[in-house]
Design a protein around this ligand. Structure first.
Ligand SMILES: Cc1ncc(C[n+]2csc(CCOP(=O)(O)OP(=O)(O)O)c2C)c(N)n1
Ligand SMILES: [Mg+2]
Length: 329
């Protein structure tokens, strides 16, 4: 087996934490304790877990907006939760919420709202990393929808020309809100766009298999570290709506099931693999789940006792923009 038991357990814990966290967002929203717009990653956890478990200490990621695997693996659980609840103890003092919660120090690059446009920012950052010889790589994730606008291709072109230490990841979950990928692209695999600009592109068709994603990311990150930018498309599935509360009237679940749209649950699949190889027991799984859930509950309960940011404070731009001094490089 390519990965040790320790590494596989790490991937399982990353996926479980994100799943239990997303389920907690649903539970707390239903109770009326949590307000805001949330993008859930249920069913897509293998993408984030395969990526972040492959990252080295000097690497950064710009995650997708529903990739809580990355937030929860790299960031402090309490500060992330405080940010979601909107308290001044959060990463961005409660003004960033889920979408704009970042921490460069911990390896998390901010998501740019104009989806896909972040690829230009990360390419620029990769140029800085190369100039400064940090030895790090940046992993730049967008969804299938985010990868549609043209500015993505300027980033691919510049990365290829300047041989930047960057891995572009497209998390293709089949949907951009209510638009299926077949209405956004005339090709089956979005990875063909890499070679068009002179960088390798691969598609992982079974993106719910975390070990396959991890293997591809190990290779992709190695290449990028040697200044060979490349593109990885992960085909996965969006089980939930675009945002929590989306009724998904535009989807026909029966047709999706008939078309074998469902790849299986990535967490169940890894657990099954570990159980069959006697690398894990059912007791241990439930112990791990209970422990993670207790930590999540504690983080939410603490956040509810913290002071929420006021409307006036949220409008204060000094709380949004950093003071940048000196040479950016
Ligand atoms: C350039 C741009 N167009 C539209 C939007 C509005 N929007 C927010 S999320 C989203 C869907 C993005 O789909 P995708 O990139 O596939 O990510 P997914 O939500 O499926 O994870 C859209 C269209 C946006 N943020 N940026
Ligand atoms: Mg999508």
């Amino acid at each position: 087996m390519k990965y040790s038991n320790h590494e596989k357990l790490k991937m399982l814990k990353i996926m479980l934490k994100a799943r239990l966290y997303d389920n907690t967002i649903v539970r707390e929203s239903n109770k009326g304790k949590l307000t805001g717009m949330f993008h859930l990653g249920n069913g897509q956890e293998a993408t984030g877990a395969g990526i972040v478990s492959a990252m080295g200490p000097k690497d950064l990621i710009m995650p997708g907006h529903r990739m809580h695997t990355a937030n929860l693996f790299l960031m402090d659980l309490q500060k992330f939760t405080s940010e979601l609840v909107g308290t001044i103890n959060g990463y961005s003092k409660g003004v960033g919420a889920e979408y704009h919660c970042f921490s460069i120090e911990e390896g998390l690059f901010p998501i740019y709202s104009m989806l896909g446009g972040g690829n230009s920012h990360t390419a620029g950052y990769a140029f800085g990393m190369k100039e400064r010889k940090t030895g790090g790589v940046i992993i730049s994730v967008v969804g299938d929808g985010g990868f549609t606008p043209g500015y993505n291709y300027e980033a691919l072109n510049m990365a290829a020309l300047m041989k930047l230490p960057i891995v572009f990841v497209v998390e293709n979950n089949g949907w951009a809100v209510s638009t299926p990928v077949s209405k956004q692209a005339a090709v089956d695999d979005l990875s063909v766009r890499g070679p068009a600009f002179g960088i390798p592109g691969i598609t992982i068709h079974d993106g719910c298999d975390v070990l396959k994603v991890r293997e591809a990311m190990d290779e992709a990150i190695d290449r990028a570290r040697n200044f060979e930018p490349n593109l990885v498309e992960v085909k996965t599935r969006r089980i939930a709506g675009h945002y929590f509360g989306d009724q998904m009237k535009y989807r026909d679940r029966k047709i999706e099931e008939q078309e074998e749209f469902l790849h299986g649950d990535p967490i169940d699949r890894l657990e099954k693999h570990l159980l069959e190889n006697n690398e894990l027991t059912l007791d241990r799984i439930s112990q791990i789940r209970n422990q993670i859930q207790a930590e999540i509950d504690e983080a939410f309960n603490n956040a509810y006792t913290e002071r929420k940011i006021t409307g006036e404070e949220a409008k204060n731009l000094n709380m949004v923009y950093a003071n940048v001094e000196g040479d950016l490089l």
